[in-house]
Design a protein around this ligand. Structure first.
Ligand SMILES: NC(=O)c1ccc[n+]([C@@H]2O[C@H](COP(=O)([O-])OP(=O)(O)OC[C@H]3O[C@@H](n4cnc5c(N)ncnc54)[C@H](OP(=O)(O)O)[C@@H]3O)[C@@H](O)[C@H]2O)c1
Length: 361
């Protein structure tokens, strides 16, 4: 769902994007698993030169998610108390830092002491080990029974419990029970499974607000996307957000990365790097050298395809290796002709078909 790559071709009429640009995307159209990817230009954002591509790959989806959660969905302000579950996760780490920077008192939940140390370092004023302690009781103690303004819950089933009996109006449990009157319950993920349904009447106990937002609906327009990404990159550049790239794997070890993620062994961001580019400590330079030869190829390809019609507002990325979920750094090598659609073309055989139609090879 997110990646960083280099533009290798642009559709005619497209301005503001050129071959060689380092760009990032997050969310739809999905395709980080694909070897090659076609993206509508409106979906990619330029990566500022000051941001390392690996940092950009680590922060794109997670950072924009943190942005919309604390700045749009529920606006965190000085004096608020917020509860952030999975505070040491990729999104959690950034959420803690951002909420702290906005002046909130931050309570985080984590599963291990090592993760607790990271969460503290990320600005959590109180950390709860939710596998050992009852987090509702602890939040109650910390807030002297007042509760928190907002809960950011990505864990889902395990933390988002509701009572299912006639006492719903007076008894809430799990995350909902941590809220103060008119508090905001923001469930944005379900790492432990889908939460149980909530009867509307349960919210009446404290006049609560409940939302299940997704990033895509907060970055619908080009302006919204650019604004959200820009805030993230600005905060990274200014040091407000420290991106924790705690794990990098060669792409060939993607299965191991998935296993570690599922087993809750990871914290912060996880990045997959195409194997040829892994571990040499100089990815940027290698990408740059690669880009020079890409650029020469681009000019030749441009001449070949100059007469063919293609739709505007389309950007191609081609990647050296199949990539997978998590944050991926991708390195493109070829230029292809632009085509009108993108979702289906992320499949390699379809891409081949298009290539043959366009270039006859
Ligand atoms: N709505 C949106 O637009 C949006 C955008 C981005 C991400 N998300 C969602 O947000 C969630 C967090 O994303 P992330 O990138 O921060 O993931 P992550 O780094 O893997 O963090 C997930 C954390 O959840 C905790 N967890 C609790 N129960 C778990 C279980 N049964 N299995 C695995 N982990 C469990 C773990 O922390 P502990 O070990 O400390 O418990 C784990 O580290 C995901 O569910 C993702 O789908 C939603």
């Amino acid at each position: 769902m997110e990646a960083v790559g280099v533009v290798t071709a642009v559709g005619p009429g497209l301005t503001g994007r050129k071959v060689g640009d380092l760009v990032a995307y997050a969310g739809n159209p999905m395709g980080a698993y694909a070897e090659e990817q076609i993206l509508p230009a409106e979906k990619v954002v330029p990566v500022p030169p000051s941001i390392d591509p690996i940092i950009a790959a680590s922060v794109m989806l997670k950072g924009m998610t943190a942005q919309f959660l604390v700045r749009q969905c529920f606006k965190v302000e000085r004096g608020h108390t917020v509860l952030i579950h999975a505070a040491a996760g990729g999104v959690g780490s950034l959420l803690c830092q951002w909420a702290n920077a906005l002046g909130a008192t931050v309570i985080g939940t984590v599963s291990t002491k090592a993760k607790a140390a990271q969460a503290k370092d990320d600005g959590c004023h109180h950390v709860i080990l939710y596998k050992e302690e009852d987090f509702v009781t602890r939040v109650n103690e910390i807030t002297s029974g007042k509760g928190v303004e907002v809960v950011y819950d990505s864990v889902g089933k395990d933390t988002f419990e509701v009572m299912d009996d006639a006492l719903l109006l007076i008894l809430l449990s799990g995350s909902l029970a941590c809220l103060k009157l008119r508090g905001y319950m923001v469930n944005f993920g379900q790492s432990s499974g889908t939460p149980d349904p909530v009867p509307l009447s349960a919210l009446a106990a404290k006049s609560l607000f409940l939302t299940r937002p997704t990033l895509m609906h907060y970055t619908v327009t080009r302006d919204e996307l650019l604004q959200t990404a820009s805030e993230v990159f600005t905060n990274v550049g200014a040091g407000v957000l420290r991106v924790r790239v705690n794990h990098t794997y060669p792409l060939s070890q993607a299965a191991q990365a998935h296993a570690d993620l599922e087993n809750r062994k990871t914290s912060g961001s996880v990045v997959l790097i195409p194997d040829g580019y892994y571990g040499d400590g100089n990815i940027l330079q290698k990408t740059h050298q690669e880009n020079k030869s890409i650029h020469r190829g681009c000019i030749a390809a441009k001449k070949r395809r100059s007469k063919a019609a293609s739709p505007p507002q389309t950007t191609y990325l081609r990647h050296l290796h199949p990539t997978t979920v998590l944050s991926c750094l991708k390195v493109p090598i070829y230029v292809f002709k632009c085509v009108p659609s993108f979702h289906t073309y992320s499949k390699i055989n379809k891409f081949q078909q298009i290539k043959e139609q366009m270039f006859g090879d």
